[in-house]
Each structure stands twice: as structure tokens, then as C-alpha cells.
Design a protein around this ligand. Structure first.
Ligand SMILES: C[C@H](O)[C@H](O)CC(=O)C(=O)O
Ligand code: MG
Length: 392
């Protein structure tokens, strides 16, 4: 059978939620005084949007095959991402057989090495790669998880990230991860507030519910050590992204300093098999949290996962909705997933990439059976305006 080829690559931007899930309105828990590396500047302490966290917006990459079938995927990359996809990467796709996923990935990565390697460029490569998997699934009439080797369990199990772990518990999630709100710049008073809040949530959820803390790269080694030891007393299950992602050495030291049953985790801002090799070989964390929308896409995540598996490490994907679900259901070393509570008060389950996608599944009672629609099984919501800023 002659393989289908890619006829066109189109890159669009969208605002107001979607893959750039920090792009929310006012009064959302996700932008309410969360500790960040920018919190040392008082002007940028209250809101992450104030220093530009949502400046990129969502990128939507569409790939159309020569029979008109279209695959798509989304990531955080907005207009600069659209430029990279259309003006640089499209050349490696248009006219190519859809099934040449490996070659296309290698060409996108190798051709962008001089300005890429991590961050924005890898976000764009991820979206193109995921769009390719979506297209392949649609052409073969199979869900992506089937293309990856098939499901190893019947359903996915979730913990929830948000400001209300107590409500997450009532909704059936296996655990709740809270954002850290006060970092080193807020001194001992800030640390006392964090401990008091954590202790009161622990009181509400009881001793057995998993409680985690997401520090979003905001701490230093000394502060993270003191905070981790203090919260260990209150049953902190893992401390996430405590340090800046480039400081592999301090992560390794933090892991040595904290009690073994308090897990050190990171990886959502890491990319490629080489980045994760560094985390794993240097003993930076107990398990890794790659984001398939940012780490290089599905093609790269499968390699990262094999690397982790060979060291007995779990891969608990960060966010990324259906793209993570189709991955996690196929891997023995990804036994549970994250669900980001995108309701402004973290009180209801709403789809993670709402309003951009239609048919986006959500956990019910903390669990999800993955629909077997072709590709990633989602559609673009025609009511969300898309803009195509560059046409190659
Ligand atoms: C809640 C965190 O600050 C961030 O917005 C999301 C994140 O790091 C995670 O879901 O993990
Ligand atoms: Mg995180």
C-alpha cells in the first residue's frame, strides 16, 4: 500500500486557556500568589501573568495528508512557535510519508540545534510530533495508544493539582498537589504560613490521602531542605520542582538530604532523552515528570520512558491531557497520572485544555476509561478563534 504523504502544515495561535493552561482570567487559583523564581521581585510576586507566564499562548499545529485527512496537536508556544513550525519545520514534513515519524523528529531536532535543544523549540517539535501521531492514528483508524503497543490496564487513575486537595479527595482522586505560595523572599513568616496551611489541609484530608507540594522552581537548596523536613512531619508525599531545572547538582544533594520516603520529583521543564538522562544518572529525583507537550512529543517520550524503566524509575507525566493519557495507559512504569484542576476554584472537574478541545475526556471518581476514537480522539472547538500568523 502506498503510504499517505503530508500535503500541508498549518500553525495557528489561540488565546484563553487550551495548551497554555496558565492563560486564564482573573481570580483563578493558578495565578493567586504562587511561589516562583520571580517572587524575589515584589512587583511580580502576586501574579505569574504579571511577569509573562501566559505571554506565549497556545499553538495549534495541523497536518493535512494528501487525502484530506487532518491531524492536529497543541502546545504552549503561540506566535513564535507558529513561525518555527511554518518557516522552519514544515520543510521536513510536506511531501513526506506520514509514517516517517523517526526521521522527521531527527530532522526537526538536528536542524534546530543551533537555537533549540530545550524550551520553546522543543514545545513546537512536540506539537508537530503529536500532530503526526494524531494523523497516523486517523489514517489507520486506531487510537494513538494502540499504535504505541496497546493499553496495559483498563483505566487511568489520577491525582489532582489545585488549591483544594480536600475537594479533590471528595471527587475521588488518589491525592492532591498544592502550589507553594510563599518562597524564600517571604522569609520565616512565609515558611510558617506554608507549614500552617499544609497542616490544616492534612487535618481535613486525614493521614492516608496523598498530599504533595509543587514549588515551581522557586526554592534554593537550603530552603527546600528545611521546608521538606518540616512538611515530612505532616506526611508530605513528594516535593516537586523545588529548584531551578538547570541546577542538577542541588537536586541530587536535596534528594540525599531529605528522608527516603519523602520523594523528590521534577522534569516538567526538562526536555529530550539527554535532559532526562542527566536527571536519572545524577540521581536528581525519585521519579520523572516529563510533559509530552514540551519534552519532544510522543516519539521522544517513549525513549525517555524506556530510559527511566531501565533504572526502575516511574514516569508520571505532567499535565498535557489526552497526549499524556494515551502514553500512560501503555506503560507499566506510569501507574497514575496528573489531572490539573482548571476550574477557577478547583472545585469541579473541567477538561484540562478547555475550551479549545471537544471530546476531551475527564476523570470521573478519579478514574478514566480512555475512549478508542482514532488518533488522540479530540477535535478543535470551532468556537475558539484561531489565527494563522505566518504562511510559508
Ligand atoms: C500549580 C503549578 O504551579 C503549575 O501551575 C502547574 C504544575 O507545575 C504542575 O501541574 O505540576
Ligand atoms: Mg509541577
Amino acid at each position: 500500500m502506498t503510504p499517505r504523504t503530508i500535503r500541508s502544515v498549518r500553525a495557528h495561535t489561540a488565546q484563553g486557556g487550551g495548551a497554555d493552561y496558565h492563560d486564564q482570567g482573573d481570580d483563578h487559583w493558578i495565578d493567586d500568589h504562587i511561589a516562583t523564581p520571580m517572587a524575589k521581585y515584589p512587583d511580580y510576586r502576586q501574579s505569574r501573568r504579571s511577569f509573562g507566564l501566559s505571554v506565549l499562548g497556545t499553538l495549534v499545529v495541523e497536518l493535512e495528508a494528501d487525502d484530506g485527512t487532518t491531524g492536529f496537536a497543541v502546545t504552549t508556544a503561540g506566535e513564535p512557535g507558529a513561525f518555527i513550525a511554518e518557516r522552519h519545520l514544515a520543510r521536513f514534513l510536506e511531501g513526506a510519508p506520514v509514517q516517517e515519524v523517526e526521521r522527521i523528529w531527527d530532522q526537526m531536532y538536528s536542524a534546530t540545534l543551533f537555537y533549540g535543544r530545550k524550551g520553546l523549540v522543543l514545545n513546537v517539535i512536540s506539537a508537530v510530533d503529536l500532530a503526526l501521531w494524531d494523523l497516523l492514528g486517523k489514517l489507520r483508524d486506531e487510537p494513538v495508544y494502540a499504535l504505541l503497543g496497546g493499553a496495559v490496564r483498563d483505566e487511568l487513575v489520577f491525582y489532582a493539582t489545585g488549591s483544594r486537595p480536600d475537594l479533590a479527595q471528595q471527587l475521588g482522586f488518589i491525592g492532591g498537589k498544592m502550589p507553594l505560595q510563599h518562597g524564600p523572599a517571604e522569609g520565616s513568616e512565609g515558611m510558617a504560613k506554608t507549614i500552617a496551611r499544609f497542616a490544616s489541609v492534612r487535618e481535613r484530608v486525614g493521614p492516608d490521602f496523598w498530599l504533595m507540594l509543587d514549588c515551581w522552581m522557586s526554592l534554593d537548596l537550603d530552603y527546600a531542605t528545611r521546608l521538606g523536613r518540616a512538611l515530612h512531619e505532616h506526611g508530605l508525599r513528594w516535593i516537586e520542582e523545588a529548584l531551578p531545572p538547570d541546577d542538577y547538582w542541588s537536586y541530587a544533594e536535596l534528594r540525599k538530604r531529605l528522608p527516603a520516603e519523602l520523594l523528590v520529583t521534577t522534569g516538567e521543564h526538562e526536555a529530550t532523552r539527554w535532559g532526562f538522562r542527566m536527571l536519572l544518572e545524577m540521581g536528581c529525583c525519585d521519579f520523572i515528570q516529563p510533559d509530552v507537550n514540551w519534552c519532544g512529543g510522543m516519539t521522544e517520550l517513549m525513549k525517555i520512558s524506556a530510559l527511566a524503566d531501565s533504572r526502575g524509575a516511574l514516569v508520571i507525566p505532567h499535565g498535557s491531557s489526552v497526549y499524556s493519557y494515551h502514553f500512560a495507559i501503555t506503560r507499566h512504569n506510569s501507574p497514575f497520572c496528573e489531572f490539573l484542576m482548571m476550574h477557577p476554584e478547583a472545585s469541579e472537574v473541567v477538561p484540562m485544555f478547555s475550551p479549545l478541545l471537544l471530546d476531551e475526556p475527564v476523570p470521573v471518581g478519579g478514574r478514566m476509561k480512555l475512549p478508542d476514537r482514532p488518533g488522540f480522539g479530540v477535535r478543535l472547538n470551532p468556537e475558539v478563534p484561531l489565527v494563522r500568523p505566518y504562511q510559508h
